[in-house]
Design a binder for this molecule. Sequence first.
Ligand code: FEO
Length: 397
Amino acid sequence: MHIVRKVTDDITWIGSDDSKVRTFEDHYPVDGMTYNSYLLKDTEKTVLFDTCDKSQNKIFLDNLKYALDGRKPDIIVVHHAEPDHSATLGFVMSLYPDAKIASSAQAKKMIEQFTGVDISDRHILLKEGTEISTGKHTLKFISAPMVHWPEVMMTYDSCDKILFSADAFGKFGSRNGKLFDGEVSFDSELENHRRYYTNIVGKYGTQVMSVLKKAGLLDIKLICPLHGYIWRDKISDIIEKYSKWASYEPEIKGAFIAYSSVYGGTQEAAEYLANKLSENGVDALIKDVSHTDKSYLISSSFKYSNIVIATTTYNCEIFETMNEFLSCLVSHAVKNRKYSIIENGSWAPAAGKLIKEKLDGLGGSEYVGNTVTIKSFPSDENLAELDKLASDIKSSL
Ligand code: FEO
């Protein structure tokens, strides 16, 4: 059994598609996941680029054997030592003991930590600018620390003009049998790309910008990531999105209203505000943080220019699920957003002040309008304050 596909005359996709898996990294909800691996069969050397997740061991090894067609890998390039791409490396190293392992110094340490095998006698050290000739192809290595771990390298193949981009330009979700970007609608997959990027590497915008700068100097015909589709037809579209995400520039001028509500009063305020914003021609999106996975909340926070935090006070603190979301905003370093606050509390509302303290550490945060303070359910006075807030948000766009 094998499932493979040609990428170019010399390079074959030998990855795997786990359409059963429902969480990535054991917590992000996904509808399947693709783990990409590629095999270069050149005139002098055979190179395997990365392996795959342990759940895909059988099909991956079948694909590798089939694509090798009697050859053996001379070099195994490990772009990224995270186990979703290297869990099967131990098996492959045992099957092909003569194959050299090419990676950064930090990846070597991680491979040894994960496999328990000292690979010093078969290791090729990759640094920024290292080149390896395999016959027709010359592979040039690019350091890409923190995209997504510190050991990450990318490879540029100057013969086929391919950038092997590690986790960058990947996505959540199954590939549904498709391999190239032109086989799917860009817009229909955009949330899978956004949610993947913002949650996995969203914090490391500076490092991503640095890699985008290096990539901008290359003549790229194909981008081969470790997840999702191979980019061929829409490279400029995805690079434009990455440039926005990495520089924390919102895609949409509008308001993402994140609320938590115990008995419905805060929900009413959030819905009143959304209605008023839409009436004023402002794009609004509402999500209940108590019933929405945080990965979707982070994705929406990267997408919108304005974020409205509407929540109750609970045990003299910010309501728990909202507190978790705000911690996520801080840990993902979502910068340059305009915040508005609606606080609720039946006897001692205090969430607004605590929210500001929590968001203080985020660079470029601004506050729009006055904090609206609700006691249990919105009063007529509150509705007037929400009207004013809608108007202030519109003016801030
Ligand atoms: Fe797809 Fe960072 O591993």
